[in-house]
Design a protein. Sequence first.
Length: 392
Amino acid sequence: MALIPRTVDAATNAVPEGARRLAVPAIAIGVVAAILYFGRVFFITSMIAVIIAFILEPFVALLMRVRLPRSVASFVVCSLALLFLYVIGMGAYSQLSVLYEDLPKYGQRIGDIVDGVRLKLQTVEENTYRMILPARQRRLEEERARAQQQQAAAKKRGRKAEPAAPLPAPPAPAPPQPEGTPLADYLYARLSSFYRILLMASFIPFLVYFMLSWRDHINRSFLQFFRGEDRMVAARSLAGIAEMVRAFVVGNFLLGLLLALISSLAFWAIHLPYPMLVGPLSGFLSLVPYVGLPLSMLPPLFAALGVNLVAIYVLVIVITSMLHLLALNLLYPKIVGSRVHLNPLVVTFSLMLWGFLWDAPGLLLAIPLTAGVKAVCDNVKDLRPFGKFLGD
């Protein structure tokens, strides 16, 4: 009989223990998600710096082969990268300055389009009002006739007719609200966010330089946290993350350059204004997951307003759609997909998760982050089933 209480105690203790095992991971996941969400500016900046460092590391290693110290090689590579960005920025600025002079013409085109849409909506509204108005007038006339009949019946009975209830007055129009510029209101509301973003972006060149120049020290210090076989696993995981992220980013960059070149040549052939500006924009926007096609159409369609021909609009849509489908179905699997090895379901969920946590930057960083997680799972023995689940 003494065994029964022990059995009951064991059963009652098993329930809290099972609940504790489920609660601890759930709380940990919630805490990590909250940290990633509220610290997204810091983490996005750090991840961008890490990705750029992974991209530039082969160039640093190439300069080190000619007997340059790592610090000097890192400085040279970072300086050349900033110079490359400066040249691209100056080219874009020259195109934008010319576009700025033509903005009144584009504004007039957009105004004409908006006025045309507004006239069509007004016509539809007037037609709808004409259909509804006769029924309303008939209802008012029936109410007046009924009130007159009641007054006539009351006079015949020799008593004063009750005055008819007045019709409800139409509601007074709402006072006009002060109009403001939507862009100015948005900038004013988001000024602090823009300031934080600009502040964090200014740290990226310094972070990249220190990550490159102190790479060996960082690797040795990181590996000191592990012992024995775990140290080898950590080293392989770091190498796998670097290789996979570098393959993804470099592959996307090369594919974007190819699409930018082809788009610029195609837009120049159809005499689209500013082909050297809208071509690269359309090519790189085409690589944005899921929304790349409509985004890639916006710059050339805006440039086509200067010509305002139906044939140009059709050619822009056809060229952009064909290039997007070609890149997505033929070039992307060969250049990028064969190196990342992520199945489409995992890619979709990762885009949803990181897009929710980090908005638009999360969509751009979702695949390299998930690829890095897969690289860790592939090298850790206990996590290999998760790596196989994430893979294709």
